[in-house]
Design a protein around this ligand. Structure first.
Ligand SMILES: CC(C)(COP(=O)(O)OP(=O)(O)OC[C@H]1O[C@@H](n2cnc3c(N)ncnc32)[C@H](O)[C@@H]1OP(=O)(O)O)[C@@H](O)C(=O)NCCC(=O)NCCS
Length: 235
């Protein structure tokens, strides 16, 4: 059965508060009203800066961008995604987004197929890394929290907000009764913030090797050497 958020958990719940650049920020569930600005932030800045998207120049391929947008919009419907905003009644901007979902052992395995060659490389590479370890067997769990996109708005980068968004997964997982979160981190920057937030490496593959396997993102190595599957156990 596909996982659904327990109805006992109100939306939005605030999962974490912290201060960055003298401003108090909060990480909360992404609300219905925040869907469009959150997707806009992802479309503008994830596609431009996430290393595989950047180096394969996804923005020159509207079909691939449409597939990525579809993935985000479908995943957001699970009501598990998080946003970071200023901790005021009506925050003006979205500071960061993390698109989240739960994978269950009982989910039906769907073979990934696409006609779009750019999307085939982008999602294919994430799938290769994501499936490199059987998370259910490794941690003895029936489900885990995973993600399909983390972005911090450029003016807010450089003060660890990505890590604070990742830390918010701990109370979220506790509320959901989930013991593990695992994610493919494709960027050196996100791998660094994930490590600081307590994630550890489960698997890594160099972009050079990914290229040999048909997933080529020309020039990505100047930014990031490895794609990594990383996990955090919730204690
Ligand atoms: C990933 C992202 C959310 C991190 O933003 P952030 O929380 O502001 O990150 P910070 O700048 O505070 O920290 C990044 C860390 O990575 C390091 N880093 C950044 N780029 C790096 C690179 N190319 N190689 C190695 N380390 C790098 C920084 O030095 C910093 O470490 P430090 O705090 O020890 O100095 C942001 O860069 C982003 O939105 N990127 C575009 C989308 C993306 O790549 N998402 C991740 C996909 S998995």
């Amino acid at each position: 059965m596909v996982y659904s958020r327990p109805s006992s958990l109100p939306v939005p719940t605030v999962w974490h508060r912290f201060t960055a650049r003298g401003v108090t920020l909060r990480v909360q569930d992404l609300t219905q009203q925040q869907v469009e600005p959150a997707v806009r932030l992802l479309l503008q800045h994830f596609t431009a800066d996430e290393p595989p998207c950047k180096y394969i120049e996804i923005n020159k391929h509207p079909g691939a961008v449409a597939e990525l947008e579809k993935l985000w919009r479908n995943t957001i419907k699970d009501q598990l995604s998080l946003v970071c905003v200023e901790d005021v009644d009506e925050p003006k901007e979205i500071v960061g987004v993390n698109v989240l979902t739960v994978c269950s052992r009982s989910d039906e395995e769907e073979e990934f197929k696409t006609e779009n060659r750019i999307w085939a490389k982008l999602f294919g590479a994430v799938e290769l890394v994501g499936k490199s370890v059987d998370i259910f067997a490794r941690f003895g769990v029936q489900r885990y929290l995973t993600a399909y996109g983390l972005v911090v708005a450029p003016p807010w980068r450089g003060c660890g907000i990505g890590g604070e968004i990742l830390r918010a997964r701990i109370p979220l997982c506790k509320a959901l009764g989930i013991k593990v979160t695992a994610t493919v981190f494709t960027a050196a920057a996100s791998q660094a913030v994930a490590k600081k937030a307590g994630f550890h490496d489960l698997f890594q593959i160099s972009y050079e090797e990914l290229a040999q396997r048909g997933f080529r993102f020309p020039g990505v190595e100047e930014n990031t050497k490895y794609s990594k599957l990383m996990a955090l156990e919730i204690i």
